[in-house]
Design a protein around this ligand. Sequence first.
Ligand code: MOS
Length: 744
Amino acid sequence: MNVISTHIGQPVSRIDGVAKVTGQAKYAAEPHPPGMLYGVVVNSPIARGRIETIHDAEARQIPGVIEIMTHLNRPHAALFEKSYMDGLGVPGAPYRPLHDGEIHFNGQPVAVVFAETFEAAREAAMLVRVDYERWPHNANFEVALHQKYMPSKTRSNYVPPKPRGDAAAAYALSAVKTEGRYHLAPEHHNPMEMHATTVIVEDDGTFTVWDKTQGPQAVQAYLASALSLSKDQVRVRNPYVGGAFGSGLRAVYNVFLATLAAKMLKRAVRVTLTRPQMFTHAFRPEAVMDIALGASRDGTLQSMIVKGVTDTSRFEHNMENIVIWGLINYRCPNATADYKVAPRDTYTSSDMRAPGAATGVNLLEMAIDEMAYACGMDPLAFRLHNYSDIDAMHDMPLTSKALREAMVQGAQHFGWHDRTMAPGSMRDGRERIGWGMATGIWDAMFSPTSARARLGRDGWLHIATAASDIGTGTYTILAQTAAEAFGMPLDRIDIELGDSTLPECPTEGGSWTAASAGAAVWLACNSLRARLFTALAGIGNAPPWVKQGDMTLSGGALHGVNGNDADCLSLTDALSLLGLDRLEAEETAKPGLRGKISQMRKARFTHSAVFCEVRVDHDLGTIRVTRLVNAVAAGRIMNPKTAASQIRGAMVMATGMALHEESLMDERVGRFMNHNFAEYHIPAHADIPDMDVLFVNEHDDEVSPLGVKGIGEIGMCGTAAAIANAIFHATGRRYRNLPIMPGA
Ligand code: MOS
């Protein structure tokens, strides 16, 4: 689509910013319906076994306690596992909360106390005692690796690609070889807002469920199916979400338990997880990658052998794409990849910001840096030398790839050419300075999405779609899109999101929302405009320039195109002429909207080049990330302000991946032990004093209807590797385990 840019592409501040900072934006744990009960979850302290007896008499003595719900007294819920399948479609047997007395993971809910006050519920929850029969479990990753397997049922895109050439033979013949085992610790999402649900029982007995989720319609479908309700008995709302990073892609147990309890008690309930309970569900899997690279002396990659394993639970097969990224992104005649999952007695690992790529791209880009040094080549020059203009894994052309430009412009901005090659050669007093770089790649996805545009007699344009803004800026970019498409000032546009009753929109994730919901809003606005023009043409008493359709929509009014300033009609007057209170249009954007054939025959990715400066204290071993530059090629940038904010946030998160974040398992009990912010360390913006984001010009009218690729996840991909590579440059030591800590 040819989009002129009055609004799209402008650095507009968040339109929901004021509501957020003044507390008017309501999150899942904030509605306070009359008579609401507080639910506190009691979690299993063992990883595997069976509940023998639940002693709740003492807990029931606490004043204000109304009910203690367990598998023994819960109301009916669906029996079969398939009824608990959620939108993410993880193969295996989904966990069914309070289904029976069997324990599958440490932290599994075994009871929920409901009381008139939160304090009473919490006190009673501490008094619930449960006897367990303990069964042997394994929470050790190394042990799990011996049981690794490829699930028989999986989505085809998780099956390792067909090999190209003969990687083993080419490796054997390569003049320069590097080989290593790389490791990433498990991480937890830890958004600011905890998972929480408030359920309101409406007068007609239906449930309005305020839930912290990335997909209100997915949660609605899950609840309807798991609780044997019809879809119109459950409305799920999430107008504001305080971060999620993937932890809200699946229905979390709090939403099931709260809705089940509302059904049981016929009262409003709220169930909020504590920060430690945030470590009892989804997490980024622990991963190992064995990477062997072969090159000729001139630095030409000849062979890539990438084998990866991530952990999953005993009951579900969670998979990620960790091994494919280098095979896609580098020209290399011989390449092969293998991928398996390793089961542990924990909850199922899950998607966390750039799932698969955050792990696989970063670990591979660390290996690429090793190879560049083994060839005696500058790491940037090495990557440019082995650049692929196509998706080398599928031998498919790309809709666009401005990675070369990103590398060149990022290097220029960073000052990369002043770098001296030898590790430890750049110093400032006690500090060794390291400059490292890496590239990033992530999917540019698109999902069918519907949106509604409605013109009201108030002269406002009302946009609605069931998208979720998880803090990314979706409200703002959709308002910009609508403003552009309908010729409307931004302050007369109202965006409604986060409600399962709105036009269908997939769960927010995969960086597809801007491209997908943006296209839907664009189409709906264009359709509304056409509908308005057509309707006006049929009105007898409309001015002639209106009847003849010689008009445009701009500034929120209709104007004649023939230069007569008097030819102007407000949208309110237009609706009056039509005798209507409102006019609306709903449209669905589909991937085949434009260039259907070429879309199917071309691969689509977002790319980036990240440059990093670290300072390592030579005596203490402490590491500071002092400078990051990320040059991103992501197609059309809807809003450089919110987009840069996404990239900066991801770079901070990736700094956590490189240096701090690590969920530590106590294998004796199978529990992640550092389940609080005192012990699970995450960096903040202030830890990285200098961060710059550049957006490389990338025109791509095939990737999605608006030429948008999405920017929510690309900032994770490459940044951790750039930091690790900078640490090598500072110290001369290779660290192949993330996070890299003093004393490692
Ligand atoms: Mo993202 S892990 O697709 O929420």
